[in-house]
Design a protein around this ligand. Structure first.
Ligand SMILES: [Zn+2]
Length: 222
C-alpha cells in the first residue's frame, strides 16, 4: 500500500495553486480544493450543496461537518490511491475532525506539505497581480505586460482583483496567522509536516516536493 494522502498548507501567494496542479499531474492524484468543491455542489444542487448554500445565503460559514462530508465523498469516489487536499483543514479542530474521519476508513494522512513564505513576499506578489477580463495574469514587477495596464493577448484593461488589494491581503494574512498557522505545530508534532521554501522559483519548489514525496513512498513500501 502506498497511498499519498496529502494536504497543502501555506499562506496565500506562496504558490500552492501552481504546485497543486503540477503534483496532481505527476502523481495522478485527485485535487480536492474546497472552494471548487463547494461551487460544484452548489451548481449541481446536491443535497449537501443545498445545505451549504442555505448557510452561505444567511451570511454564515459552511459548517465543518458539511465540508468534511463533501471531501470524504470525493475521496471515496476518486481517492483510492490518495488525494491532494487544498483549503482544508484551516483550523486545528478541522484537522482533528478530518483525522477522525480518515481513521474510520482505516486511512491517515501521508504528509502535510507546507509551502511557506514570509509576509513581505506574499504582499509583494499578491499586490502586484493584475488580470484582464479573460483571466490572463500579469505582475507589475515580475511579469509586466508590454504596455502598461493592457493585456498583451487581447488589449483589454488589466485590473487588480479585490482580494489582492492591500487591505484584503492584510486581512487574509491575519486570518492565516491566527487560524491556520497553528497547524504547522499540529502536523509537526505528528511527524507529518514537510516544509518547502515558497520564496524560491516554482520549478525548484516543485522538484523539492517531488523528491520528498518519492522518498515518502519508498518509506511506505519498506
Ligand atoms: Zn487578456
Amino acid at each position: 500500500m502506498s497511498e499519498l494522502n496529502l494536504i497543502l498548507l501555506g499562506p496565500p501567494g506562496a504558490g500552492k495553486g501552481t504546485q497543486a496542479s503540477r503534483l496532481t499531474e505527476d502523481f495522478g492524484l485527485p485535487y480536492i480544493g474546497t472552494g471548487d468543491l463547494l461551487r460544484q455542489h452548489a451548481d449541481e444542487g446536491s443535497e449537501l450543496g443545498k445545505q451549504a448554500k442555505s448557510h452561505m445565503d444567511n451570511g454564515g460559514l459552511v459548517p465543518d461537518d458539511l465540508v468534511i462530508q463533501m471531501i470524504l465523498d470525493k475521496i471515496d469516489e476518486e481517492g483510492d490511491d490518495g488525494f491532494l487536499l487544498d483549503g482544508f483543514p484551516r483550523t486545528v479542530p478541522q484537522a482533528d475532525a478530518l483525522a477522525d474521519e480518515l481513521e474510520k476508513r482505516n486511512r491517515r494522512l501521508t504528509a502535510a506539505l507546507l509551502i511557506d513564505a514570509p509576509d513581505e513576499t506574499v504582499i509583494r506578489r499578491l499586490s502586484g497581480r493584475r488580470q484582464c477580463s479573460e483571466g490572463h495574469l500579469y505582475h507589475v514587477e515580475f511579469d509586466p505586460p508590454k504596455h502598461e495596464g493592457r493585456c498583451d493577448q487581447d488589449g483589454k484593461p488589466l485590473k487588480q482583483r479585490s482580494d489582492d488589494r492591500p487591505e484584503k491581503v492584510a486581512k487574509r494574512l491575519k486570518t492565516y496567522h491566527e487560524q491556520t498557522e497553528p497547524l504547522k505545530d499540529y502536523y509537526d508534532e505528528r511527524g507529518l509536516l514537510r516544509r518547502f521554501d515558497g520564496t524560491r522559483d516554482k520549478v525548484e519548489v516543485h522538484d523539492h516536493i517531488r523528491a520528498t514525496l518519492a522518498t515518502l513512498r519508498l518509506e511506505e513500501r519498506l
